[in-house]
Design a protein around this ligand. Structure first.
Ligand code: PAF
Length: 325
């Protein structure tokens, strides 16, 4: 008796289900990055979300975690590997410790200008290095951008390598950068980004280096007096996904994620183009003293480090990037 009643109920439910399919709940995705929502990373994340929603309406609900809310970039990369974070934008300063080959882009004075860097990242070399992420439990969706890194400090304007000597400067936890700073006689102090503001406030470091995109969006003029336009290294960023969120997607969904990554890159580059034009005036208004730099002298002072880079990444690769037109 009871089983007949249950059978009827189940049949009714199946019939109803055939006609009224409940809408599938959107899958929640966590998107982490180190900077504020009004930074180039925020612009990239917004463009990603917009593109994904346009291509796969209602399928995913992306929650953004700006300002290192889920940890420094190292923790974010670990979170992507573990599947506790689904999406992220990070710098190569962090990826070099997970995917060592990406460190080649961190070699000082490798790229002439933004156009040169973008051409390499969008070409075969960029594609090959993006594919390397999959060997380390990460999915590289697209190469993004921060811009050229500039030196800021609270002690003096830096126009020549001699001026830089002895300054205590926070660097990313990036051995390629650290080797160069040490060669210049800078007291390179590797530190995760979330600790930098406090270290600057407390004076445990004199300075730091980052592109205009970061100097402006992280309001560094409130913490630093001198900005020296060293442009010592181009800083790519990368849009990453966790294999645990990405691998199970259909081909069409994977394509939509890659397209969203490409949209994020467009937004980041547009932000960088804009801040490279307007940023100097903005930081000067905020009280920073800006000075030009003898780039040739810096590049010459770094010549002794090049054999080390050639050994690490292969002279042929380094030279093919440098000479790319
Ligand atoms: O300096 C760094 O660590 C990075 O450039 C930052 C600010 C975290 C953005 O990726």
């Amino acid at each position: 008796m009871r089983s007949t009643w249950l059978a009827k109920l189940l049949t009714a439910a199946c019939v109803a289900g055939a006609f009224v399919a409940a809408p599938a709940a959107a899958k929640n995705l966590k998107f982490a990055y180190a900077l504020s929502t009004n930074s180039h990373y925020g612009a990239g994340a917004d463009a990603f979300v917009k593109s994904l929603e346009a291509d796969l309406p209602g399928k995913f609900s992306v929650e953004q975690f700006p300002n290192s809310a889920l940890g420094g970039e190292r923790e974010v990369l670990e979170g992507l590997q573990l599947g506790t974070i689904d999406l992220a934008i990070v710098s190569t300063g962090a990826t070099v410790n997970f995917v060592p080959a990406t460190g080649v882009f961190d070699i000082p004075f490798l790229f002439r200008d933004l156009e040169h860097a973008r051409g390499v990242l969008d070409g075969d070399i960029g594609d090959k290095l993006l594919a390397e992420f999959s060997k380390r439990g990460l999915v590289g969706l697209a190469w993004g951008e921060q811009g050229f890194r500039q030196l800021t400090n609270n002690v003096r304007p830096v126009a020549t390598p001699a001026d830089a000597k002895g300054l205590k400067v926070r660097t990313m936890e990036n051995p390629v950068h650290i080797a160069a700073f040490r060669e210049l006689g800078i007291l390179a102090t590797p530190m995760a980004w979330p600790e930098v503001a406090t270290a600057l406030q407390q004076g445990t470091i004199d300075g730091q280096e980052n592109p205009m995109s970061v100097i402006v969006s992280a309001k560094l003029p409130q913490l630093q007096k001198y900005l020296s336009l060293t442009s010592h290294v181009y800083s790519p960023a990368v849009v990453l996904a966790s294999p645990s969120s990405f691998d199970g997607l259909s081909d069409a969904e994977k394509e939509a994620f890659r397209k969203a990554g490409a949209e994020a890159v467009k937004a980041m580059r547009a932000y960088v183009d804009n801040v490279e034009k307007s940023g100097l005036e903005e930081v000067q208004k905020a009280g920073m003293q800006v000075n030009k730099v003898d780039h040739a002298a810096f590049s010459k002072a770094l010549e002794p480090v090049y054999p080390q880079y050639h050994k690490q990444f292969g002279k042929e690769l380094v030279e093919s990037i440098r000479n790319a037109q």
